[in-house]
Write a protein that binds this ligand. Structure first.
Ligand SMILES: Cc1cc2nc3c(=O)[nH]c(=O)nc-3n(C[C@H](O)[C@H](O)[C@H](O)COP(=O)(O)OP(=O)(O)OC[C@H]3O[C@@H](n4cnc5c(N)ncnc54)[C@H](O)[C@@H]3O)c2cc1C
Ligand code: FES
Length: 408
């Protein structure tokens, strides 16, 4: 075993590490308190709609001057301007629907149109298929109402009113812990703070209206600098600049906090975190937040990367594992290099979870990383391990350029 791998896995030998992983399900079995209101209200919007709603939908709601939208089951209602998406109008009315990419790629905002008609807007065909449209589903980040609407979607309860701000930031430092990863720290103006929930992200506001999303890796209590973990996307408009010409002290504009990928702190279910590559960033913020607030729920992190070098900050969860009884760290490499002499888990990160957990019905899962990983994790955890669909929370690292190309 090479020194880095040994540090990462602690002094434990391989069998001990493997058994620690297997202990997690046993240790985390417990009676789960009554589901919170959010969960009670929720249902599997997608399967329900696909399974039970007739293909021909009622389209009788007339178009009013400014379409009115009613959300079921909450009965919250709001108006929508002609040029607004359902999500934009809901946010303007201080109602929070689930969302991630806001450009029709990740599927987080998918919900049911119970009555009325929409223009589906530009989206990725695989994220909202024709069958799903026929079954009455829409992506609310792209859909614009053509009539008044009744929609069915889970509303996200928020922990207090957090304003979304546009702020100038200065790049304070740039580190390169792996060849294609930059850890960038941003400084806010002296009189400004960015309030956010662990797990949320910010958008860089670039020229020509372009935006690029990056998750905040620092927990809210440690907000002196905003830390981001950026993967270089070759050919990418923004990360080519970060990796090619940024030297530090650049002044940028950001908007945030954004997104609904944050801890559901009202639950006491054990939590499984699944990170792919820089998907570790928001999970780092969530875990640091949990440790700071002495959350005693059992937690396990599966962090997947190609090779050892790509686990660019593994000492952090490695240290947490030593310090916190209720936390286990399971690094998983898909293509370890011979020099890594990797004694740990190999393969796809979602598969490691499937191998360790026969039944996920009593868990919450927080997953972040490449869209393909999120999709397969959601599908298999819900489809084969009984994870309640509304206990799977994810941010999918979709590419902004693809949305721009669709006009999203
Ligand atoms: C909510 C959210 C949070 C995120 N958080 C993080 C994070 O913490 N860390 C992280 O590393 N990433 C994160 N991402 C992903 C990151 O925002 C994207 O990788 C981003 O697009 C990179 O910007 P870019 O300008 O470098 O690449 P882009 O310009 O968006 O290009 C991406 C890719 O698309 C290709 N491309 C260019 N034009 C087109 C076109 N017309 N059609 C198709 N493809 C094209 C490019 O060649 C490149 O390969 C997050 C994404 C989301 C949605
Ligand atoms: S938020 Fe609508 S598809 Fe991602």
């Amino acid at each position: 075993m090479c020194a880095k791998a040994r540090d990462l896995l602690g002094t434990a030998d391989e069998p001990a590490q493997a058994s620690a992983a297997r202990e997690v399900p046993r240790r985390t079995h417990r009676d789960v308190a009554a589901a919170d209101q959010e969960n009670a209200e929720h249902f599997d919007v997608w399967t329900r709609a696909l399974g039970s709603i007739p293909a021909t939908r009622s389209r009788h709601i007339p178009r009013s001057a400014m379409p009115r939208i009613i959300i079921k089951p909450s009965d919250h209602a709001f108006d929508c301007d002609a040029d607004q998406t359902v999500l934009e109008a809901a946010m303007k009315a201080d109602l929070i629907l689930p969302y991630g990419c806001r450009n029709g790629a990740c599927g987080s905002c998918k919900g049911e149109i119970v009555e009325g008609d929409v223009d589906y807007g530009p989206h990725q065909a695989s994220t909202l298929t024709d069958d799903e449209k026929r079954a009455g589903l829409a992506l609310f980040c792209c859909a614009k109402p053509k009539t008044d609407l009744v929609i069915r979607v889970r509303e996200v309860r928020r922990a207090g009113d957090i304003p979304v701000k546009r702020l100038p930031v200065r790049v304070e430092s740039i580190d390169r812990p792996a060849p294609d990863v930059a850890v960038v720290k941003l400084k806010l103006p002296a009189n400004e703070r960015l309030q956010y929930l662990a797990g949320q992200y910010v958008d860089f506001l670039l020229k020509d209206g372009k935006r690029r999303s990056f998750s905040i890796a620092t927990p809210p209590h440690d907000d002196a600098l905003i830390e981001l973990h950026m993967r270089h996307v070759p050919g990418g408009f923004f990360t080519d600049q970060v990796f090619g010409s940024w030297k530090g002290r650049e002044i940028m504009r950001i908007e945030g906090p954004l997104g609904t990928f944050f801890l559901r702190e009202e639950s006491d279910k054990p939590m499984i975190f699944v990170a792919g590559g820089t998907g570790f960033a928001p999970i780092k913020a969530m875990l640091a937040h949990c440790f700071h607030h002495e959350v005693d729920r059992p937690m396990v992190l599966y962090w997947g990367a190609r090779s050892l070098a790509d686990l660019y900050m593994a000492d952090v969860p490695g240290r947490w594992q030593q310090e916190h009884e209720n936390f286990t760290f399971i690094p998983v490499l898909s293509e370890p290099k011979p020099d890594d002499r990797w004694p740990g888990r190999t393969g796809f990160v979602h598969q490691a979870v499937l191998d360790d957990f026969g039944d996920l019905s009593g868990y919450q899962v927080y997953a972040c990383g490449a869209p393909a990983m999120i999709d397969v994790a959601r599908g298999t955890f819900v489809g084969t391990r009984g994870l309640p669909p509304d206990e799977f929370f994810a941010d999918s690292f979709t590419y902004a350029a693809e949305g721009e190309a669709r006009g999203g």
